[in-house]
Write a protein that binds this ligand. Structure first.
Ligand SMILES: Nc1ncnc2c1ncn2[C@@H]1O[C@H](COP(=O)(O)OP(=O)(O)O)[C@@H](O)[C@H]1O
Ligand SMILES: [Mg+2]
Length: 285
């Protein structure tokens, strides 16, 4: 019987669903709290109960990333792999990889000081979208409509001055309907897709109240998602796509620890089942 483990820091509905499904599928299943696990350079796989495969599901991106590094050190198979987590957790790395692999993606500009960011803004004009390179749920994603807003945001960055505040990620504002598409891909398959329709604001995150609406998985959507998945290294991913009025699909983000409680309500396939089976099948092969 395969031993399936979920590493968590906070148990959301998603982690509950994954645990319940794994038990229902007959796997020896355990939840492991990252917050109470100590690992060292002297540790061995046999010191722990990480089983045959770990699904890393920490809410804290940095906690999950560093825990994954430890798991790979111990030769424990883990999803997503460290490389994939790193590629997806950082929007700048993701954008570079998407473009490099010819995946349609919004035009994005990178600066390494606020003076250079102002130059980009003056050159490209408004509106532009600024995003923290690491973050989720739409937090800190801001539509810069004019110079005044831009100056205010850049000023705040100078005051906070954390290591990530010195990296400026500016993106064209894509002309699209008031919705985007969230796809869940598992290995080489797209298993679910939904539109996220805004209930008012510019951002379409479910966390901000957007409505999940079923979305047909067309061949075109599948193709763009598979290219995006390959670009970041594959695995269990949440791919965010906008529908540009001229270019069609553009991928703006690939999420590493995908939330799916919204999508589970409208999806035809069972998302936790697909995730658990993928991880277990790859690990025990
Ligand atoms: N370039 C853009 N043009 C128009 N809307 C955007 C753009 N980038 C992001 N958005 C909107 O903001 C939301 C959050 O941006 P996203 O890059 O997915 O960050 P997060 O990781 O916080 O979800 C998107 O789902 C989309 O609705
Ligand atoms: Mg997103």
């Amino acid at each position: 019987m395969p031993k399936f483990r979920i590493v968590f820091d906070r148990v959301r509905l998603e982690e509950k669903m994954l645990e319940e499904k794994a038990i229902e599928l007959g796997h020896d299943t355990k939840m492991i709290d990252a917050k109470t696990t100590n690992i060292s350079t002297e540790s061995k796989k046999s010191d722990f109960d990480f089983g045959d495969v770990v699904l890393e599901r920490c809410v804290s991106y940095f906690r999950g990333l560093h825990f994954t590094a430890c798991l790979e050190f111990l030769d424990v198979p883990v999803f997503n792999r460290l490389e994939v987590a790193n590629n997806c957790g950082n929007k700048m790395f993701t954008s570079l990889l998407l473009k490099k692999h010819n995946v349609p993606t919004p035009k994005t500009y990178f600066s390494f000081s606020s003076e250079s960011a102002v130059e980009t803004l003056d050159r490209q004009g408004y509106p532009l979208v600024i995003k923290p390179i690491i973050g989720s749920w739409g937090r800190g994603v801001i539509l810069l409509k004019d110079r005044e807003t831009a100056d205010a945001i850049l000023e705040v960055r100078e005051i906070t001055d954390g290591p990530l505040d010195r990296i400026f990620y500016l993106q064209e504002a894509v002309k699209r309907p008031p919705r985007d598409i969230r796809v869940i891909s598992v290995g080489d398959q797209v298993i679910a897709a939904m539109y996220r329709t805004s209930t008012g604001g510019f951002k379409t995150n479910i966390a901000l109240g957007a409505e999940p609406v079923p979305c047909e998985i067309t061949k075109e959507l599948e193709d763009v998602c598979m290219k995006a998945s390959k670009a970041v290294g594959g695995g269990i991913l949440g791919i965010d796509i906008m529908e540009d009025e001229k270019r069609g699909f553009v991928v703006h983000e690939v999420n590493n620890t995908v939330e799916f409680k919204g999508l589970a309500k409208v999806a035809k396939r069972n998302i936790p089942k697909e995730i658990v089976e993928y991880a277990v099948n790859l690990a025990v092969r």
